[in-house]
Design a binder for this molecule. Structure first.
Ligand code: PEP
Length: 251
């Protein structure tokens, strides 16, 4: 049975102190609760080790937002998958459209990052999704297929099973525009069919596919009601504990 997940992506927001305060508040409001989904927060690198301590003993799990495409060595300013793992993080968001767009992360670079994350015991939350003009041209299926083939369909079935996918239409990220639940379901089902063709039905049925793009408490329930939408990757609405809790409660 695949897991339902609500994962936050703080992006480049919050100082260390603000991040600790947010993680503490979220821990407090989830205290004694048994959410019907796994809860993950994705934080900047500098928050990871401290936030790992804050959330100890709670239901909250920790993710990085990126890792290097090299193992170690003379790569000034980079943070390796091994370093991320050593903080206590379990997950690593990879392939976010902002990384693809602003930092020119190619299929090849992302393939390396995914392999290194897995080799170091991190579970990638691998993001895919089309641009507005690609959606308008009806090319969304073609785009997500190429993204999967370019960076994760090289994996063994065993490694692929450790991955969480996040379908994030770029036109919906941070824009207030959300895919309708029918649009999300249609492409999530298509993504699952691609996984089934590559790895078989069982792997496909067990793969968690999150939706991301202006997901908030008011639309989460409708999105999560769809059979192939297994939760959300949440940007803006993960920056306030009550908003994030509202999305967790959608399950
Ligand atoms: C994201 O960055 O992954 C995201 C989905 O952002 P937002 O929820 O703000 O659209």
């Amino acid at each position: 049975m695949r897991k339902n997940i609500v994962a936050g992506n703080w992006k480049m927001n919050k100082t260390l102190q603000e991040g600790v305060a947010l993680a503490t508040e979220l821990k407090e409001i989830l205290k004694g609760q048994k959410p019907n989904c796994e809860v993950i927060i994705g934080t900047p690198f500098i928050h990871l080790a401290t936030v790992a301590e804050v959330i100890k003993g709670s239901v909250i799990k920790l993710s990085a937002e990126n890792c290097a495409d090299k193992e170690s060595g003379a790569y000034t300013g980079e943070v390796s998958a091994a370093m991320v793992k050593s903080t206590g993080a379990e997950y690593c968001i990879l392939g976010h459209s902002e990384r693809r767009q602003y930092y020119h992360e190619t299929y090849e670079i992302l393939k390396e990052k995914v392999l290194l994350a897995l080799a170091n015991g991190l579970k990638p939350i691998f993001c895919i999704g089309e641009l507005k003009e690609e959606r308008e041209a009806g090319k969304q299926n073609e785009v997500v297929k190429a993204q999967l083939e370019g960076s994760v369909f090289n994996l063994s079935a065993e490694d692929f099973s450790k991955i969480v996918l996040a379908y994030e239409p770029v036109w919906a990220i941070g824009t207030g525009l959300t895919a309708t639940s029918d649009q999300a379901e249609e492409i999530h089902a298509y993504i699952r069919s691609l996984i089934a063709a590559k790895y078989g039905k069982e792997v496909a049925e067990n793969t968690t596919i999150l939706y991301g793009g202006s997901c908030k408490a008011s639309n989460a329930k409708e999105l999560f009601s769809k059979p192939d939408v297994d939760g959300g990757l949440i940007g803006g609405a993960s920056l306030k504990a009550p908003d994030f809790k509202g999305i967790i409660d959608a399950f």
